[in-house]
Structure formats: C-alpha cells, structure tokens
Design a protein around this ligand. Structure first.
Ligand SMILES: Nc1ncnc2c1ncn2[C@@H]1O[C@H](COP(=O)(O)OP(=O)(O)OP(=O)(O)O)[C@@H](O)[C@H]1O
Ligand SMILES: [Mg+2]
Length: 500
C-alpha cells in the first residue's frame, strides 16, 4: 500500500508472562477511520502505547509516509504528528481547560519568550467553537462532566495539529447526544485528511464511523477488512474465534417486598418529584441521556448529595441517609460511573482490591483469613472473567475492561441488599458483557434488589424488569419490561412525550 500514512508491521510487545502484542500489522491512510477491534486484553491499548512512544516494541517496524521511525519517547511520537486520546484520563483536574490543552506545549510570546496565556486561551476558544462545544476555557477540568472531559482531550489532540489522531474508547463515557457530536467531529477531521485510529466495543460506533477494521485476539493479528463488506457476526467470529450469543435473556424472578421506596424527592434546580419503588429480586432500569439527572438522584439516595424534599424508605422504614457510610449500613452498595476516581486502588493487586470492602467479614480477631480471601477472589474473579496473569497482578497493569471487571466484582462481593450500578458494563467487550449480565441476573434471582443506570438501550431493555426514564430532572416515562422498546425510551428521554 503505497499511499499509507502509517504502517505498523510485525509489532511485538511483551510483559512478564504476557505477549501483549505478538506480531501485529496495522495500516491506515489519510482521510480514513480505521477501527481496532478485540476483546478486553486483546492488546488494543498496548498498540496505541507503542504508537505514541509510551512503550518501545520488542520487534517490528513503524513506517510513517514511507519512512521508518523509532520512537524513544512520547515526544518523538508527538513530533511525528501523532496524538492520542487515551482510554484512561490524562488530564489535571485542578487546572483549567486551556492549561490542560497546552500542557507540555505552551505557546510563547516572540519577545520576551514568556508564556503567552492570552494566545493559548484564544486558540482554545477557537478550537472549542470549531467543534461547536459549549465549554469555557477557564473552567477547571474537575468541574466538567465526564463527557466534556473527553471532548477537551479531543481538543488537545487538535491543538497539536496531529495528522494521526488515536481515540481509545472515546464513546464509552458519552451517550447519544455526545456521541453524535463526536461523530460530527470525526467526520470533520476525516474531511481535513486526518487519519483516525478508532477503538470501541460498540458495534454501532464501528458501523457508523469506521471505513476499515483490524481485529486482534490475544495479542495476535487476526485480520482486517472494509467495514462495508462485513457484518457484526463476522467480526465477533474473528474477535472470539467462535460465534456467540450476544444477548443474555434475563431470568424471570418472583419479586418480593419493597426494599427501597423513593417518594417525591427533589433537589432544587437539579431534579424534581422523583418517585419509584424497588422490590427484592427486581432490576429497575433508570434510563436517560447524559445530564438527565439520573446520577444526581442516585447520589442523593446514597447520601453523597442531599435531597431538599421528599422521603426515602428502606424496608418500609423512613431512612435519613446523610452520608455514604450510613447508606452502606442500610445495605446499599453503589458502583459509581467515574471509576477512575472512585473505583480501584491501582497499585494494589486484584485480590486486595476485590476484598477491600469485605476485609472485616473475612478477618478473625484482626487476622485475615487468607484461604477465605482467595476463595472469594477466585469465585468473583472467574464469574467476571477477569483476564490477568494471576490474582496478584496489580490492577494498574490490567487492560481497561479488566479493571472495570475488578470494580464490579469488588462491589458484588459485598452482597448488598440494594445494589446501585451506574453504567456497569462500560468498556466491557461483547463476549464478557453477556456473562456479566448473566451474573447480575443470578444475583437478582438470589434476592438482590438492583437499580441499573445505563445509557445503552439494549442493556436497559435486556436487563430491566421495569424502566424509569428521566429527562431534565423529571420522570418522563415508566414502562414494564414487556411494553418497552427503544423508540418509546428515546422519546421519553428527549422529553418528546410526557406520559406519566
Ligand atoms: N504495564 C503492563 N504490565 C503488565 N501487563 C500489561 C501492562 N499493560 C498491559 N498489560 C497486559 O497486556 C494485555 C493487553 O492489554 P491492553 O490494555 O492492550 O488490552 P485492550 O485490548 O486495550 O483491552 P480493553 O478492551 O480491556 O481496554 C493484557 O493482558 C494486559 O493485562
Ligand atoms: Mg484498552
């Protein structure tokens, strides 16, 4: 392929005990979106890190416009016009949008050579406007939503004027409206002749935006092709080496008593008049677009923010929950959306992370029962299909999706009475997703009451017994499992149809 912008050939990258990349080929031309596909731990992010100079490959060639390059560090890659939006956030929460965007490549005045804040702020503004993003350059990054932070990462890549833009799961933190924005931005980049390396576990993304795809499995190159010439089943076959039942049909469960009742709760300016009931053994889906107020409602129930009106009842008794510790005493566990901040302790290993919340339960007279600890780790680790070289592997070294599985396993192991999950399968590949869904369903069958927040319509439809839809802080739809479909959910979620 003579007109290739980038060619990677026979790339190998090993970690102790793992061949993360074992002879991978990947090519991309200008003006092309090329998806990189594979299960959790297949090697996608590792390939990105080789391309951005974070890792040096054991073997293989990187050729840019016909010239072989050897990146010794990330700066070499940046100089070759490559920019990446990594899977894990790389921004500084206490710095402003402008400061983050120009971190590491400050603009300077011609004379004296001092930092030109005015120019950087101006350029940031221009880029934000070009992408039609309503974000103030002076805002501190910690005050942005998860979606906005991703958009700022994209702006940062553009500020470097990169020719090759890598997006490692850019849509996993976004939902519908933001995803549309991202597609629009990607199309704009394409028309400017940029090449986009695109990683996603969502087939909708791949079929909507990618022109070509390359599949990896266990660090090996499996194949590539044109998206227009393939279909989901063929890609799954390449990913997992077999065909697969993509959806796990939820088991029917008898519902017991009301364990959680939320009665007309409000928080001024954020959400209003929210009511629902959750029964033993039930999965209640809470659907809505980003910003609909779902997470705010949950945080009020869990005592992170306080409600200003209304009541919460647990097992029929009024519960005044003022902080998360009280919520946990009531038997509530909450798996938050922003897991990079609250999810795992990256330096600890899988076993330590997994058993952290239950450490008291598996200790006798302040001695840890190691056998019991290992048993629980194995049980939940296997149920979640965590892929690692061993339970002692630091969470830091796991692939993004596998870190996610550790967080899920950790909270499921606490066996709460009420489990609240915010976007639980974000970043988890198709094959494992079905297994995670199955396990959640088993827990419900065993009597756990589950509140599931998800922006993925198939997940909501497949898992929920009942669905509550929110829009702009109010409930705009309620459906039973058998009456819900994607059209109705979307209508309610966009405030199209008030039907209470
Ligand atoms: N720094 C590291 N040390 C040890 N092993 C690592 C390190 N980084 C990655 N690995 C291992 O390399 C393999 C590939 O990981 P990688 O992050 O590339 O997967 P991925 O395809 O991006 O998966 P996901 O979809 O979950 O993000 C995994 O088995 C992972 O545990
Ligand atoms: Mg990854």
């Amino acid at each position: 392929m003579g007109n290739c912008l980038l060619e990677m050939k026979g790339i190998k990258k090993y970690f102790p005990g793992i061949k993360a990349l074992d002879g991978v080929d990947y090519t991309i031309r200008a003006g092309e979106v090329h998806a990189l596909i594979g299960e959790n731990g297949a090697g996608k992010s590792t390939l990105v890190k080789v391309l951005t100079g974070i890792y040096h490959p054991e073997e293989g060639k990187i050729i840019i416009q016909g010239v072989e390059v050897d990146f010794k560090n990330p700066l070499d890659s940046q100089k070759a016009s490559i920019a990446a939006i990594h899977q894990e956030a790389t921004m500084f929460p206490d710095l402003s949008v402008t400061e983050n965007i120009y971190m590491g490549h400050h603009l300077k005045k011609p004379f004296p050579r001092t930092i030109d804040w005015k120019e950087m702020k101006h350029k940031t503004k221009v880029l934000l406007e070009k992408l039609e993003l309503d974000i103030n350059p002076d805002t501190k990054v910690k005050n942005l939503s998860v979606a906005q932070r991703h958009m700022v990462e994209i702006v940062k890549a553009l500020s470097l004027d990169a020719r090759i833009v890598i997006m490692d799961e850019p849509t996993s933190a976004l939902s519908l409206k933001e995803v549309e924005d991202l597609y629009r931005i990607i199309r704009q980049l394409k028309s400017e002749g940029k090449a986009i390396v695109f990683i996603s576990h969502k087939f909708e993304d791949i079929f909507e935006i990618a022109d070509y795809f390359t599949v990896l499995r266990d660090g090996k190159y499996i194949g590539q092709g044109r998206v227009a010439d393939t279909d989901v089943d063929a890609i799954i076959q390449m990913m997992v080496g077999r065909s697969l039942n993509k959806m796990f049909p939820k088991r029917a469960v008898e519902h017991g008593n009301t364990v959680l009742e939320v009665k007309r709760i409000s928080r001024v300016g954020i959400f209003k008049d929210i009511s629902f009931k959750l029964h033993k053994g039930e999965i209640l889906g809470l659907f809505g677009l980003v910003g609909a107020g779902r997470s705010d409602v949950i945080q009020a129930i869990f005592g992170i923010d306080l409600k200003t009106e209304g009541e919460v009842f647990i097992n029929g008794k009024i519960a005044e929950i003022k902080n998360p510790a009280e919520a946990m005493n009531y038997g509530i566990a909450y798996i938050p959306e922003d897991r990079q901040l609250q999810g795992t302790i990256a330096k600890m290993n899988i076993r330590e992370n997994l058993t952290l919340p239950i450490i008291d339960k598996i200790s006798r007279y302040s001695f840890l029962d190691s056998a019991e600890e290992l048993k629980i780790t194995q049980k939940f680790g296997r149920r979640m299909d965590i892929k690692a070289s061993g339970w002692e592997q630091p969470v830091n070294d796991l692939s993004g999706g596998n870190q996610q599985k550790v967080v899920l396993a950790k909270w499921l192991a606490t066996r709460p009475e009420i489990l609240i999950m915010d976007e639980p399968t974000k970043g988890i590949d198709v094959a494992t997703k079905a297994r995670v869904h199955e396990f959640i369903s088993v827990l419900a069958k065993q009597g756990m009451a589950i509140l599931l927040i998800s922006s993925e319509i198939p997940e909501i439809l497949c898992m929920s017994d009942k669905i509550v839809v929110m829009y702009e802080g109010t409930v705009t739809g309620r459906f039973n499992r058998d009456e819900a479909d994607s059209e109705k959910l979307l209508k309610a979620a966009t405030g199209d149809q008030r039907q209470l």
